[in-house]
Design a protein around this ligand. Sequence first.
Ligand SMILES: [Fe+2]
Ligand SMILES: [Fe+2]
Ligand SMILES: [Zn+2]
Length: 322
Amino acid sequence: MLDRVLSSTARYLFAYNQTPAKIVLDPIYALVARALLRGEIPLSPRLTAKTFADDLYPAYREHSRKLQYFIEDWDFTEARPELLTKRQRGVVHTTTLGETSGMAVSDGFLRAFRTSRELASFFGTWFVEELNHFRGFHRYTELMGERWPKERVDAVAEIEFRAYSDDPLEIAACNMYQELLAFLVYRSLGRQLRDPFLAKMVTRFGKDELRHFRFYEDVVARQIKRDPSFRVTVLKVFLKATTPFNQVSGGAGPTLQHVANGLFYFRKPEYDFFLDHVELLLGTRLESLFETYFKMLAPTCEQCDLHTFRCACEVFEPGAPN
Ligand SMILES: [Fe+2]
Ligand SMILES: [Fe+2]
Ligand SMILES: [Zn+2]
């Protein structure tokens, strides 16, 4: 029953759940999340075995400074945008929008994190790392001959972004979720691109997103160990599919289009990775729920006819670029 209710309404709930309707919708999501996690679900053995530092930032910083790079040092004359398919050019605009949204969301993040030495410090490093993505994708759209006019960039940056929550830990969970999706989409997209330059750039960005994801996941997992009921908030964030796209795309239609662009690259290996982390955090994979959920949102693979999250095809778009 719950599955049916979800599938008929969640598609639109999902597009609207960051609008002012959030005040009404948030408690419903929390209710559903609580119902799905009812009973005594033990913490996953993997989570039980883990220990976490009280301040996760020093280790993050130590790791991240060894991997530091500056995208402007890359030789963009190697780029071959003519090797992209039409869909891939569209996806580049989706990722460009995602990376531009950083300009709109960041003050809210810092505000929520300002009294946490750990999260505020991480914010500083994170923002600098995201700048490579922001500048790299805009440079690439220029090379595609599809540069964003300044007004379009400004319009995204100027959006008065509604905070995901007042609770810094809930924001950390939201950020964890979107870093996870960014990593999975970049990894998968990087394997499909025939422009070696863009493939390398997107793969590199994906590794940054994976590091961001792991940091936030540790913050969230540590909180779940302290208070297992925090899993309800985490599941709520997953059900809401909280990302900046809801607020920066310009309405429900474009939001769902960007989501479809991303989900085209969310295939079986990505879905398996996703469920592994759901299980680590929640103690259950909730497979039938997520099956229904992704069926509702995911496009179909043109090669094998399966929903993309079930598809294990190696090449998603065979043939010449068009
Ligand atoms: Fe990014
Ligand atoms: Fe990131
Ligand atoms: Zn397929």
